[in-house]
Ligand binder design. Structure first.
Ligand code: ZN
Length: 248
């Protein structure tokens, strides 16, 4: 049994017996796995909210190959995203990011790019004052790229020609836009110029560049629907995150 150290986000927690807790982590070095935290409730060890969902922890654990639950040893908090917890919409979007990780990421597969994307997305959500959905969409678009399902928005997916800022078609099947010359591609649906422009911006730029980008109500609906449909198409059993229902 080896003593390991890593950092990770708490995806969820569950009571176990009278005094223990099962904590599910998404970690920097070993992806997603669960640990058991023994004797933390009602005993001498007080955790005072350290083991709450969303928190980023540095922790040590005993690792044994093939064991379903690893054993949590020492832990300390790196970030509890207090500014995100105190704002319902930010919290809902942050929890939605966690739900995507819970539902779509394979167990125990290390993915540092994804880990830093989650960190950057939560931190930006915490610090933003407006246009919060931009950050969630940014996360979803980058997640697609990391997972190998990147949406192509700069060239036509059928003929490869550069696509300007025009009313275009979008194909869920081949993952991107279709120019007017290629409109016979089956199943392609229309996509507005604004949606195209916003999604391109979020794909290319880092958050500080689009935090002030205001998106119209129709384009907000369109982007939400497009991403939901695209995720449903490419990920088996995808469900829209339940936390999104909390958004006011
Ligand atoms: Zn084309």
């Amino acid at each position: 049994m080896a003593l390991m150290e890593t950092e990770g986000f708490i995806l969820s927690t569950m009571p176990h017996g009278d005094t223990s807790k099962i904590v599910r982590f998404f970690t920097k070095d070993h992806g997603k796995f669960s640990v058991i935290a023994k004797g933390i409730k009602g005993g001498k060890k007080k955790t005072g909210g350290v083991l709450d969902s969303l928190n980023l922890l540095k922790f040590m654990y005993y690792h044994k190959e093939g064991r379903e639950l690893q054993l949590l040893s020492r832990f300390e908090i790196i970030d509890n995203f207090a500014g995100l917890r105190s704002h319902l919409d930010k919290l809902a979007l942050g929890m939605a990011v966690m739900e995507i990780i819970i539902n779509l990421v394979v167990e125990e597969e290390s993915n540092e790019k994804l880990f830093s994307l989650v960190k950057r997305s939560l931190k930006t959500l915490e610090l933003s004052e407006k246009n919060l959905y931009n950050i969630y969409w940014y996360f979803l678009l980058k997640f697609l790229k990391i997972s190998g399902y990147e949406i192509v928005l700069d060239t036509c997916r059928s003929c490869g020609e550069h696509a300007g800022e025009r009313q275009s078609l979008f194909s869920y099947n081949i993952g991107g836009i279709i120019c007017s010359e290629c409109s016979d591609v089956q199943g392609a649906e229309s996509i507005s110029v604004e949606t195209l422009r916003v999604m391109r911006n979020l794909q290319i730029n880092e958050p500080q560049r689009f935090m002030n980008l205001q998106v119209s109500v129709p384009a907000t609906y369109e982007i939400n629907n497009l991403l939901k449909k695209y995720y449903t198409f490419h990920f088996d059993g995808y469900r829209s995150p339940e936390s999104l229902n909390l958004i006011t």
